[in-house]
Design a protein around this ligand. Structure first.
Ligand code: THU
Length: 130
């Protein structure tokens, strides 16, 4: 799937963002190796700390539907700039997408693609648990 198609799905998912506290809407679209696409939006909470990022919504939906291997994830937001994934989301992506690509897009900056390993070198993985 082309990056622009995945970005379009992330934009659509962003429309469902539940962000009454930050007013910062985020959408993500995750391409699985089997060709399925799982989308996600951020889901905030009155306790603030219980907020779930769009990327983790997408990963959780995917894993719960039986997909565990991913090719790339597109991320967009209402902020106007590129939206790099937070540290927790990088680590969650590392679990399932070590060789994957992170596709960021904004109206202003267009598309930028990063290997996940460039955003999270030396992530903690299953091989580190002994
Ligand atoms: N957020 C995401 O959903 N993904 C990111 O990559 C960055 C931050 C959300 C969390 C929170 O709901 C809002 O954006 C402001 O931090």
């Amino acid at each position: 799937m082309e990056n622009r198609e995945l970005i379009a799905k992330a934009k659509k998912a962003m429309e469902n963002a539940y962000a009454p506290y930050s007013h910062f809407q985020v959408g993500a679209a995750l391409l699985a190796k089997d060709g399925r696409v799982f989308t996600g939006c951020n889901v905030e909470n009155a306790t603030y700390g219980a907020a779930i990022c769009a990327e983790r919504t997408a990963v959780t939906k995917a894993v719960s539907e039986g997909a565990r291997e991913f090719v790339k994830i597109a991320i967009v937001s209402s902020g106007g700039d590129l939206t790099p994934p937070c540290g927790i989301c990088r680590q969650v992506l590392f679990e399932f997408m070590k060789e994957g690509q992170v596709v960021l897009w904004s109206e202003k900056e267009g598309e930028q693609v990063f290997p996940l390993l460039a955003l999270l070198p030396l992530g903690f993985g299953s091989e580190n648990i002994k």
